[in-house]
Ligand binder design. Structure first.
Ligand code: GMT
Length: 372
């Protein structure tokens, strides 16, 4: 199949998922065209079946807000016509679904009808999409999609609760490439970061408010009072500065490393003992799944779709949002019991296997085939 994929190119989960999907489809022989404003971060190697089309937005003194949506629709039309795309798959509703709708309408005038699929990822529904300034366009363009997918049962339920959706929403969960996200021996790396055998905790996110990064820092402070440990904070975003200030205030800086955005995440996860995801909401929690692939148990909140992947008492522990005391207690329960930690690591991998990329890609292929 010739497939167009539209996504955000940045480190966010929806862009990561879309890029990994495109790469996997290309490996299976499909021709994949990415359409976005920057080379997607995980699109880091040449592949004969992958093409990248950059959306450039011409500016003009009149434009306080350069019209990205128009440029995106025009690029979609251009790529669909010139490359003979058979299906368009847009990730994150805003503004990709409405741009796809417009491209679709333009193409109809030329006699071409190309189906488009909208995959809902989370904040496009639960946070931004609900905003009155976006809601009607989001509802309309989702409903006009030829198929709608959501990344968890929870996100499907949230979408149906807040939007007037007239079509079936297919749940196709996030996936992990276990070949890449698996544990490898990085002991030299562990020795550098935890020279005295300290336990290593990690958090990965875009440091937005919804991630409640402060809960990671407060939980770590409590754990650190009981056992020697180190915390790796991976990613970057609006909350990073204030989190660094919080570490200074709490006097925990010497045991916390802010590593910024990292490409070889699997290497860091390979030396991690516990992954922290205290989010106020997560439609799925791809970062936690990638950690589980590397055999890292997860301490998380029980928000949104997280309970669909992190199983309490099996792959980690879940607590109410903001309950840092419980997060610290559960973390210590695992970190102080080597046998239990070993078992949870095994369980985490077994759970990640359920979301193995090889099981999930065929679900998308089947959906594409049914629409073309
Ligand atoms: O996590 C983020 O805030 C980024 C966001 C995105 O859309 O880029 O991630 C969302 O999509 C991921 C992939 O489907 C999910 O695994 C994340 O749970 C979801 N984030 C939220 O719902 C907050």
């Amino acid at each position: 199949m010739k497939i167009g994929i539209v996504c955000y190119p940045t480190f966010g989960g929806s862009g990561v998922l879309a890029t990994e999907l495109g790469k996997a489809l290309a490996d299976k022989g499909h021709i994949v065209h990415f359409i976005t404003y920057q080379q997607p971060v995980r699109l880091d190697a040449f592949h004969p079946n992958i093409f990248y089309h950059e959306v450039t937005v011409p500016t003009y003194p009149l434009f306080d807000f350069p019209p990205y949506e128009s440029a995106l629709s025009s690029t979609m039309v251009d790529v669909i016509l010139n490359e003979g795309l058979e299906i368009l798959h847009v990730h994150y509703a805003i503004p990709h679904a409405s741009s796809a709708y417009l491209a679709n309408q333009i193409l109809r005038k030329t006699g071409k009808n190309i189906p488009y699929i909208t995959t809902l990822h989370g904040t496009d529904i639960t946070l931004v999409g609900k905003d009155k300034m976006y809601e009607s366009v989001v509802t309309f363009s989702i409903n006009e999609s030829d198929a709608i997918t959501a990344v968890s049962d929870n996100l499907k339920a949230e979408t149906l609760q807040y939007f007037d959706i007239e079509k079936e929403i297919h749940v196709i969960p996030n996936f992990v490439d276990i070949k890449r996200f698996s544990q490898s021996n990085k002991d030299h790396f562990r020795k550098r970061l935890a020279p005295n055998g300290e336990k290593i905790l990690a958090h990965v996110s875009n440091f937005r408010k919804v991630k409640r990064v402060e809960d990671v820092i407060y939980t770590f402070e409590k754990i650190r009072k009981v056992i020697p440990c180190k915390l790796l904070m991976i990613g970057d975003g609006p909350e990073r500065q204030s989190m660094e200030a919080l570490c200074r205030e709490l006097g925990t800086c010497e045991d916390i490393r802010f590593l910024g955005k990292q490409e070889k995440l699997e290497e860091i996860l390979s030396i991690t003992d516990l992954f922290m995801l205290p989010s106020a909401y997560e439609s799925f929690g791809l970062a936690a799944l990638e950690a589980m692939g590397c055999q890292v148990p997860v301490i998380s909140s029980n928000a949104g779709g997280i309970p669909e992947i992190n199983i309490h008492g099996v792959t980690g522990y879940l607590t109410d949002v903001g309950d840092v005391d419980a997060m610290a207690t559960f973390s210590l329960d695992l970190l102080q019991d080597d046998e239990k930690l070993r078992q949870f690591k095994k369980n985490a991998l077994a759970q990640a296997e359920k979301f193995n990329i090889n099981n999930i890609i065929p679900l998308y292929e089947k959906l594409y085939e049914s629409l073309i």
